[in-house]
Design a protein around this ligand. Structure first.
Ligand code: AMP
Length: 301
């Protein structure tokens, strides 16, 4: 079963205490697609500019990503420049150039409308609604968002939340969206806005899953060295959705397996700058780390 992601394609310049890279492949759709493609076929709907190099497209295609829905528009590709603090959970955005993303209207190619697993990456909620209107009967739609849309377009964002099954956001966004500092309370309030499941990403502290009937808590995979956390959240979402698409949604156990696969896959992303580690990742490595994670968290209560 294929997974469809609609989101940003970018050039990223990234600075962390461990080094920097300039204008590497980035964007929520790129990280999501590379991670999801470890588990299932992936379709991207997004936009790049005339300056986007073919080598990035080749790298994505080699990973099994279908690029038919990628528009190449006149102008420059979206650009993001971020700098991380010593505490890698904190980053500053130094520059954003929306460029071709500013006028992006997502259009699903013929044959994409019946995709069953769909991820609406961080973008204008009006664009997320536009995608929803083009889908036939998706089995599972998840969405992300960010502080900007929570503040600037709350009405449209609410409409998206009423229509998605799952929301995947980080803890500061969950606080902002709900108006509650406590993450458990925040999740309860967000559940009332429509989604059946809320996944809250907490950086090095892992992931919380909340729904009305069950909750699940997963620590991040412990690493000795994290070089660059960029894209960890999108990689988590990609592997999570890819895993669900590959295995079929199968109750709480299937959901938990997908969450742990997302968590483990994201742990590879942060081991190198940009999407470099993710591009070289294979299923065997994920499976091995998954088994290790099960060992690390197992106990007899
Ligand atoms: P993450 O680290 O998972 O939050 O995702 C980082 C990615 O989000 C980077 O590759 C950026 O290019 C992308 N990004 C940053 N700001 C925006 C934005 N305003 N809209 C869309 N994508 C963005």
């Amino acid at each position: 079963m294929s997974v469809l992601v609609v989101g940003s394609m970018a050039f990223d310049s990234i600075e962390t205490p461990h080094g920097r890279v300039d204008r590497v492949l980035g964007g929520s759709a790129a990280y999501f697609a590379l991670a999801a493609s470890v588990f299932a076929p992936v379709r991207i709907v997004g936009v790049v500019g005339e300056d986007f190099p073919d080598e990035h497209l080749t790298a994505l295609s080699r990973s099994g990503v279908d690029l038919e829905g990628l528009q190449r528009n006149a102008g420059k590709t979206f650009f993001w420049h971020g700098r991380y603090h010593e505490d890698l959970n904190v980053r500053d955005t130094l520059e954003v150039q929306l460029n071709v993303l500013l006028d992006f209207v997502p259009r699903l190619p013929a044959g994409y409308e019946d995709t069953e697993y769909v991820f609406l990456g961080n973008m204008h909620p009006a664009a997320q609604l536009e995608v929803l209107s083009q889908l036939e009967q998706p089995r599972l739609v998840a969405c992300d968002t960010m502080d900007h849309w929570i503040h600037e377009t709350p009405g449209e964002l609410r409409k998206v939340l009423e229509r998605v099954e799952t929301v995947v956001i980080n803890d500061s966004e969950a606080r902002m969206l709900s108006g509650h500092d406590n993450v458990v309370r925040a999740a309860r309030v967000i559940l009332k806005m429509g989604p059946r499941t809320v996944l809250i990403k907490r950086g090095e502290y892992g992931v919380f899953q909340f729904s009305d009937s069950s909750s699940f808590v997963v620590p991040a995979y412990p690493l000795e060295e994290v070089l660059d956390p960029t894209g960890a959240g999108d990689s988590f979402a990609g592997a999570f959705m890819g895993c669900l698409a590959a295995d079929g949604v199968a109750g709480d156990d299937g959901l938990r397996r997908a969450i742990v696969h997302g968590n483990v896959t994201a742990s590879f992303t942060v081991e190198d700058f940009g999407p470099r580690r993710l591009m070289a990742l294979d299923r065997g490595e994920v499976d091995e780390r998954y088994r290790r994670f099960v060992e690390l968290t197992r106990f007899h209560g």
